[in-house]
Write a new protein. Structure first.
Lengths: 329, 306
């Protein structure tokens, strides 16, 4: 187990380093000068050279990359034109466009994604697993077919269309809910909940179909096994057999899937956030892409891959813990 | 020889025939066929309507709503079958049918690119020596753990606007999402290369390249087609999504995602304008997904290769 963990940790660090190098290389090899972007259109040659120097762009690419990597661990001072700003330890660069360290922008955005994923995950898990069990109680019956069809159809609707339709139905036609704006839970829990409802449902409805399918398949697979036969011989009701015992067979796959999806949403629900205007990591990414704010783009991409890698590792571990047949050597 | 193969062909109907035999497959085939036909016939259809996708109709807009259509229901009339676009007054129907071209072009191009890279990497890993396999498999794993969406957004942001966006979208989607295909190809190649006919070809002195083409590739068709068919709607959604974010296809080129993106600022005044591209994209995605699912069932009725 320790060896496995160590190996995963090493490969995770390697992947992160490679992603960082790839993103960094792409940005600095591509046409389009970050300095002139940061400086603006009415920038003369002397000012441009000054900006280039403060941003550290006059140094060779490998030296810039080294500064970037080392500043994650030891921090780095940035000259923003007025004075030197110290960007402390997990420093992922400095956004000259918003005059803030990238780390600060990321920590401001992350709570939005935590809010999104917490409610959405509860919703999609209960919807998906609940409906999957409901379908598996009478396999191939009418309710199985209807539930599976509806679940999979919702699963193939692109999330930005689902979000748009939800907005149209609940905020424009019936006007039951206010147009969502992000309210931090620390500010007003009731308003937070009310505003989170539509984004939660948009995410949950697109994800639930997969969980429905996995739950149904897992339950049906374990229904053929000996221990289920024994439980049935004891005279347990079918409902109890399915919802208490057969569901165990679907658990490892469900947990794996949930870990991956939670990691994915946490890394930034790009479309949901853009649609509802929530200032999370996804929106930060899109906004900084539109403004070509390179340090922020690099920072968000790295944080996203970090979260995705953590989720992958968690998924593998969960699978091993929940399925005794696949213990790691 | 031809006499010997004829009964086999009859016993195994073509994929199209097997799809047509299922009601779901038939509907999916018809809808997908219609979508492709609409895209091809875009100039004819807009000529029938008497409009084109790029002419502004300022006279039909209401300045009081900031440029919403004057007429109700998004300005639907006999002249403008699906209404007009807010602020510009461009014809929605014309933009929609021309948008189908972009959508299909990018989805098709990206899928083809993913297929080619996936086949090359997968075959090379499956047939190459131990080192080539290790190297390529590690590389595939690495690409699989990339945050695709974030990298696509970043790439679209930094490549200059002068680079044609539909082509760029194809390249980015193909370059970032070939890894699952490569994995499937490698796994299937590992099974196939142990078969007698491959050994026979090797004894015969066939080169690795020839074995890949003549012996392995035919055996890969079923699993690869099954997987690739489902990549088409995925790529279609990716194009629409990235254009929706304002990073994909740029105006004046019509694209469904970009229509949706304009619509988000207008849907309180002009909800009809949201529904048209949203429902069109929805129907397309569902039809292509259904077709993919039906192909999977037709190729592999027992659901072995999921």
């Amino acid at each position: 187990m320790t060896a496995f963990l160590l190996r995963r940790l090493l490969s995770a660090v390697a992947v992160l380093l490679i992603v960082a190098a790839v993103v960094y290389a792409l940005f600095y090899l591509m046409p389009g000068d970050p300095a002139s972007l940061a400086c603006g259109k009415r920038c003369n040659a002397a000012e441009l050279a000054q900006v280039r120097q403060t941003m550290g762009l006059d140094r060779p690419v490998y030296a810039q990359f080294w500064t970037f990597i080392s500043s994650i661990f030891v921090g780095h001072g940035y000259d923003n034109g007025v004075g030197t700003v110290w960007c402390s330890a997990p420093c992922l660069g400095y956004s000259f466009q918003s005059d803030l360290p990238v780390t600060q922008l990321l920590t401001q955005a992350l709570p939005v994604d935590v809010s999104l994923v917490s409610g959405a995950a509860v919703l999609w898990l209960s919807l998906g697993v609940g409906l999957g069990l409901f379908a598996a109680l009478r396999p191939n019956g009418l309710r199985d077919k209807v539930t599976t069809f509806v679940g999979l159809t919702f699963g193939s609707i692109p999330i930005f269309i689902l979000a748009l339709l939800l907005l149209l139905i609940f905020c424009v036609w019936f006007q039951i809910l206010p147009f969502p704006t992000f309210v931090p839970i620390t500010q007003n829990a009731g308003q937070w909940f009310e505003n989170m409802l539509l984004p939660w449902f948009a995410i949950a409805l697109t994800f639930a179909g997969n969980y429905l399918r996995l739950t149904r398949a897992g339950v049906l697979e374990s229904l053929g096994q000996d221990h289920i036969r024994t439980l049935r011989a004891y005279g347990y009701t079918e409902r109890r057999v399915v919802t208490r015992h057969a569901v165990r067979g679907a658990l490892p796959t469900l947990a794996t899937m949930a870990a991956l999806d939670i990691g994915g949403v946490l890394a930034g629900a790009v479309f949901t956030e853009s649609m509802f205007g929530f200032p999370g990591l996804g929106k930060l990414m899109v906004d900084s892409a539109s403004n070509i704010d390179l340090p922020v783009i690099t920072g968000v991409t790295l944080l996203a891959s970090f979260l995705i890698i953590v989720a992958n590792t968690a998924a593998d571990l969960l699978y091993a813990v929940l399925d005794p047949r696949v213990r790691i050597q | 020889m031809s006499n010997a193969t004829a009964p086999v062909d009859e016993a195994q109907p073509t994929l199209r025939a097997r799809l047509w035999a299922r009601p779901g497959g038939r509907i999916a085939l018809i809808v997908v066929g219609l979508i492709i036909l609409i895209a091809i016939l875009a100039p004819v259809l807009t000529a029938l309507e008497g409009q084109d996708p790029n002419t502004y109709h300022d006279g039909l807009l209401n300045s009081a709503t900031g440029g919403g259509p004057n007429a109700p229901f998004g300005g639907i009339s006999t002249a403008h079958w699906l209404g007009i676009e807010p602020t510009t007054g461009r014809d929605v129907f014309a933009r929609l049918v021309y948008g189908a071209r972009i959508s299909l072009l990018v989805a098709g191009g990206a899928t083809l690119g993913q297929l080619l890279i996936g086949l090359l990497v997968g075959l090379a890993a499956g047939l190459g020596n131990r080192w080539a396999d290790a190297l390529l498999s590690r590389f595939t794993d690495l690409v699989l753990s990339f945050p695709y969406l974030f990298l696509s957004i970043a790439l679209l942001a930094i490549v200059p606007q002068s680079f044609p966006r539909p082509a760029l979208l194809c390249i980015i989607l193909a370059g970032l999402y070939w890894a699952p295909t490569a994995r499937i190809v490698r796994a299937e190649t590992f099974v196939l290369r142990e078969r007698e006919f491959v050994a026979a070809a090797r004894l015969y002195g066939a080169s690795t390249w020839r074995i890949a083409r003549k012996e392995i590739l035919p055996g890969l068709v079923a699993p690869v087609v099954t997987f690739t068919a489902l990549m088409v709607p995925t790529n279609m959604v990716a194009e629409a999504g990235l254009s929706f974010l304002g990073l994909g296809v740029q105006p004046p080129t019509p694209s469904w995602g970009q229509m949706l993106s304009t619509a988000t600022t207008w849907f309180q005044i002009d909800p009809e304008y949201v529904l048209v591209p949203a429902l069109t994209l929805l129907v397309c995605v569902l039809a292509f997904t259904a077709l993919g699912e039906e192909i999977r069932r037709a190729v592999d009725p027992k659901g072995l290769a999921r």
